[in-house]
Design a binder for this molecule. Structure first.
Ligand code: RIB
Ligand code: CA
Length: 320
């Protein structure tokens, strides 16, 4: 039997976060060891509620503990969620039944520290929200820095524009000081930023095809995905001029975590800007020949987006 990839997910559930969670829970190659939640697309309480409901609809056949995390950035004020992108409830106003599962008593940071200490060198952490929970975990126990198999971060933009300011991506902009702690650490980072996520697009054609091919036992989950994506397609048409397409930021990060051959990466020295204004949370890469600023970080710069989307959709077409 194939050995599963053991993942921790850190999310701000979110439409694309929900899809990332579903992909991870339904993939036969992944065992999700736990999900930590934070503020971002919505507040942390709603993100936690959404996460519990998404786990329930996934019906993956095993228990997935959820630990609630930070309600706001380390040093700044959380301005609130983004209902114009992710709806009033964070999942595109799609409705899911409430779950009986409760979040753990321990915080997200405590949970991350415990899990990685229990299985040093074995867990892949994929963060698809702010870096706050991970930064707090590093502050709680600095020794964890060497204990992850790798840490895949959805965030940042190197050679493409930002999506919240002209140069900054939303996850890193949302807590620059936390992102700086993570980037300055010795964590084995793989950055899945807008360079690759903006081109990894799910289309209405994909969804129409999926509706025909969906496995019988995935119909409920597909109905949720269809409902939540309606708003997301509208947002990308308005903001990016996409015609019936939307970016799969968070799902791509999970896919890359277990299928690294789908991307081409480059090591670049990088730091996070912690100033105010447009450059807050910007990834500054020092690409000079004599590079002096930052530490080497692995950035995904090219992606086989067709294969990535195929991989994402495959989990909905396979029955139990
Ligand atoms: O910039 C895209 C990221 O911001 C995604 O993680 C999305 O869910 C939002 O958190
Ligand atoms: Ca997210």
């Amino acid at each position: 039997m194939m050995e599963k990839n053991r993942l921790l997910l850190d999310v701000d559930t979110g439409i694309d976060d929900a899809l990332a969670i579903l992909y991870a829970l339904l993939s036969p190659e992944i065992r999700v060891e736990g999900i930590t939640t934070g503020f971002g697309n919505t507040d942390v309480d709603q993100a936690t509620e959404n996460t519990l409901r998404v786990i329930q609809v996934a019906n993956c056949g095993y228990e997935v503990p959820v630990a609630k995390g930070a309600a706001g950035p380390l040093k700044r004020v959380f301005p609130g969620g983004v209902p114009h992108i992710h709806g009033n409830n964070g999942i595109g106003d799609a409705e899911l039944p409430s779950s009986k599962q409760q979040p753990l008593e321990e915080t997200a940071a405590e949970f991350i520290v415990r899990k990685v200490n229990e299985s040093p060198g074995e867990l892949i952490l994929v963060t698809v929200g702010r870096q706050t929970n991970l930064a707090l975990a590093l502050q709680l126990d600095p020794s964890i820095v060497t204990k992850f198999k790798k840490v895949v971060v959805m965030g940042g933009a190197v050679f493409v524009p930002g999506n919240i300011t002209p140069v900054s991506e939303a996850n890193l902009y949302g807590d620059p000081e936390a992102a700086a702690i993570v980037f300055e650490s010795e964590l084995p980072l793989v950055i899945v930023g807008l360079d690759v996520t903006q081109q990894t697009r799910l289309t209405k054609h994909h969804m129409a095809h999926l509706a025909r091919e969906v496995a019988e036992d995935k119909r409920d989950v597909l109905a949720f995905v269809e409902a939540s994506l309606e708003r997301y397609f509208d947002f990308y048409a308005f903001s990016n001029g996409f015609d019936g397409e939307c970016s799969m930021h968070d799902p791509l990060a999970v896919i890359v975590a277990i299928h690294p051959s789908l991307v081409k990466t480059q090591m670049l020295n990088a730091v996070i800007d912690c100033g105010a204004g447009y450059t807050a949370g910007m990834v500054i890469t020092d690409r000079r020949v004599r590079s002096l600023v930052g530490r080497p970080v692995e950035f995904c710069l090219e992606v086989d987006s067709a294969k990535a989307i195929e991989e994402l959709l495959s989990v909905f077409t396979k029955g139990e």
